[in-house]
Design a binder for this molecule. Structure first.
Ligand SMILES: CC[C@@H](NC(=O)c1cc2[nH]nc(NC(=O)c3ccc(N4CCN(C)CC4)cc3)c2s1)c1ccccc1
Length: 272
C-alpha cells in the first residue's frame, strides 16, 4: 500500500535531534493518531554534498528491512525543497545518552545490547547490507528499552563503495581507516568496539588526537584497565572481535554462542 503521504497528514511535535544533513521531529499521523519520527532533509544540502543517491540508497535499504532491532522506515514524501522520511519513533531516545548518564553498563545490559545488535547485523548481512556506521549515536531505545539501529545513511548494498566518513574514527575498522577494500566484517569489529565502550564507558582506542586514534587502531593497541566489574569472558569476546585480520574476527553466529553472551544476555532483548 503505497499511500502518497504529505505534510498535511501529520501534526509536527518537538525536535528530537539533528544530524549533519537534517533534523528529526516527533510527529503524529492525523487519521490514525500513530506517533512517528519525521526526518527532514533539505534538498539543497543533498545537492551541495552530492548525496542524493546515498539518501536514495538509505531509503531503499531501510524500507526493505523489517527486524525488531532495526528502526523501521514506513515511507517518505517530498515538497519543493525538502525530503521527509517517516520513521519508527523510539520513545527512549539515544543509547549513548543512557551510557553517558550511567558511565558504563552492567554486563547484563551490555550483553543484551550486543546480542540484539548481533541479531540485527546477521539479518542485515543476510540481506546483503553492511551498515558500516554502527556507533552509540545511531543506536536508539524503544519504549520497552529494546535496541534499534537507526540512520542507514552510510550503509551500502555490499558494494565496496568507499565514502569519506565524517565524524569520529573511534568505531572504524583498520581496513576502513586504511581505506582498503572492506566487507561485512567491519561491523564485527565495531561490535567489539561497542562491547568495550558499554563496559568501560570509553571506546578502546580513544586518544588525544585523531592521528593517535588512527595509530592505535592500526596497531590494535588494545588495553583492559583492571576493573573487577568486567569478567574475563567479556575480555575474551572483545579480544576475538578486535582482530586486525578481518577473516579472523569472531562470526556473528559465534558471538551469539559465546559464553559471556549465553551467561549475561537476555534473549528477548529487554533488560529491566
Ligand atoms: C541517529 C541520528 C539520526 N536520528 C534518527 O534518524 C532518529 C530516528 C528516531 N526515531 N525515534 C527517535 N527518537 C528520539 O530521537 C528521541 C530522543 C529523545 C527522547 N527522550 C528524551 C529524554 N526523555 C527522558 C525520554 C524521551 C525520545 C526520543 C529518533 S532519532 C538522525 C540522522 C540525521 C538527522 C537527524 C537525526
Amino acid at each position: 500500500r503505497n499511500h502518497q503521504w504529505s505534510l498535511n497528514d501529520f501534526e509536527i511535535g518537538k525536535p528530537l535531534g539533528r544530524g549533519k544533513f537534517g533534523r528529526v521531529y516527533v510527529a503524529r499521523e492525523l487519521k490514525s493518531k500513530f506517533v512517528v519520527a519525521l526526518k527532514v532533509i533539505f534538498k539543497e544540502q543533498l545537492e551541495k554534498y552530492r548525496i542524493q543517491n546515498q539518501l536514495r540508497r538509505e531509503m531503499e535499504i531501510q524500507k526493505s528491512l523489517n527486524h525488531p532491532n532495526v528502526l523501521r522506515l514506513y515511507g517518505w514524501f517530498h515538497d519543493a525543497d525538502r525530503v521527509f522520511l517517516i520513521l519508527e519513533y523510539a520513545h527512549n531516545g539515544e543509547l549513548y545518552k543512557e551510557l553517558s548518564k550511567r558511565g558504563h553498563l552492567t554486563e547484563k545490559h551490555a550483553a543484551t545490547y550486543i546480542l540484539s545488535l548481533t541479531k540485527a547485523l546477521a539479518y542485515c548481512h543476510e540481506k546483503h547490507v553492511i551498515h558500516r556506521d554502527i556507533k552509540p549515536e545511531n543506536l536508539l531505545l524503544d519504549h520497552e528499552g529494546r535496541l534499534k539501529i537507526a540512520d542507514f545513511g552510510w550503509s551500502v548494498q555490499s558494494r565496496n563503495k568507499r565514502n569519506t566518513m565524517c565524524g569520529t574514527l573511534d568505531y572504524l575498522a583498520p581496513e576502513m581507516v586504511e581505506n582498503k577494500a572492506h566487507d561485512y566484517s567491519v561491523d564485527n569489529w565495531t561490535l567489539g568496539i561497542l562491547c568495550y565502550e558499554f563496559l568501560y564507558g570509553v571506546p578502546p582506542f580513544e586518544a588525544e588526537s585523531q592521528a593517535d586514534t588512527f595509530k592505535r587502531i592500526i596497531k590494535v593497541d588494545l588495553r583492559f584497565p583492571s576493573n573487577p566489574l568486567v569478567s574475563s569472558d567479556a575480555k575474551n569476546l572483545i579480544s576475538r572481535l578486535l582482530v586486525k585480520d578481518s577473516s579472523q574476527r569472531l562470526s556473528l553466529q559465534k558471538i551469539m554462542e559465546h559464553p559471556w553472551i549465553i551467561k549475561n544476555a537476555n534473549p528477548i532483548g529487554i533488560c529491566k
